[in-house]
Design a protein around this ligand. Structure first.
Ligand code: G4P
Length: 285
């Protein structure tokens, strides 16, 4: 299985440097991960880069994830003294939880600054995560409530804008983009299945079959419930799916390419149910 991700060392070095520069400006890092892949959507270097900063971990897209698995992951992160939040970044209502948490951190910072005799300024935060986890969506949801841009400031890279969320919180309007643990092939596969990376890790039909197998292992009923396909997944499963879904080519031949595309789209959009592809107890993270 060959991976073909567009993350070359040069890009990575540049992205990492940009991230390190931004991190210097903030007090709090809000890391977003995909709740369907809490391990695979993580960036392994962020903990090191964000040393000494407060960290909030958002499990986003929980509307698509298995609620029982999300609970397990939340407990897992709490035990590591990471502050986890589960949400749907598109819902402004879900932002009140994160704002409450951020206000608490801002109050802690204020108390600390006062003790040290430092003039208090608002706590600054940035949103970071791998592509497509919902960074821009969360920024928009948070900013939509109270969008006062504070403008460029001396000493801050031109173009960086702070959005004032309230008297004690400022949000960097540019998200920190991180790369996934792409050296691990199963991570790339799962990210592609969830639509987190657009790069083709595998030809569509192979990707679909790998996805069907993975789904069957974790949710044995899902394929039967949705498509009426029973039995173990094999290359013939795509033919069966094409027939069941009426995806036929000229001459009534089953169209396995369209069947693969149908399955991948259904999986990504949650039409096969709310699924999570990894658990904290399976040795992941
Ligand atoms: P990014 O900045 O981290 O790259 O991600 P962005 O906010 O652009 O979000 C990527 C896609 O995910 C968007 O869909 C967005 O609407 C969707 N999204 C964000 N948060 C949630 C969530 O909590 N639940 C669900 N179901 N979707 C969420 P899009 O623009 O339609 O792109 P795509 O889905 O076609 O990739």
């Amino acid at each position: 299985m060959g991976m073909n991700l567009q993350w070359y060392p040069g890009h990575m070095t540049k992205a990492k440097r940009a991230m390190e520069d931004s991190i210097k400006l903030v007090d709090v890092i809000v890391e977003i991960r995909d709740a369907r892949l809490p391990y695979s959507s993580a960036n392994p270097d962020l903990a090191g880069m964000g040393k000494g900063k407060k960290r909030i971990l958002v499990l986003n897209k929980t509307d698509l994830a298995d609620p029982r698995e999300t609970e397990k992951w939340m407990a897992h992160f709490r035990a590591q003294e990471i502050i986890p939040l589960a949400m749907d970044a598109r819902k402004r209502g879900d932002c009140s939880d994160i704002l409450r948490q951020l206000n608490e951190l801002a109050a802690e910072k204020k108390a600390k600054d006062l003790k040290r005799g430092i003039k208090n300024r608002p706590a600054r935060l940035m949103i970071a995560g791998i592509p497509n986890v919902g960074k821009s969506t969360l920024i928009n949801s948070l900013a939509g409530r109270a969008s006062t841009k504070t403008g460029d400031k001396p000493g801050v890279t031109r173009g960086l804008q702070w959005i004032r969320l309230n008297a004690s919180l400022e949000l960097l309007d540019t998200p920190g983009i991180l790369w996934p643990r792409f050296e691990d092939e199963s991570v790339g596969l799962k990210l592609a299945l969830m639509g987190a990376i657009r790069e083709e890790v595998l030809p569509a039909e192979e990707l679909a079959l790998a996805g069907m197998k993975m789904l069957q292992e974790r949710y044995p009923q899902a394929l039967t419930d949705k498509y009426g396909i029973a039995g173990d997944v094999s290359p013939a499963s795509l033919t069966e799916l094409a027939e069941k879904q009426g995806l036929l080519q000229k001459g009534a031949e089953p169209d396995t390419a369209r069947a693969a595309a149908r399955f991948l789209d259904d999986l990504k959009k949650g039409r096969l149910g709310r699924i999570t592809l990894e658990s904290p107890d399976s040795g992941e993270e």
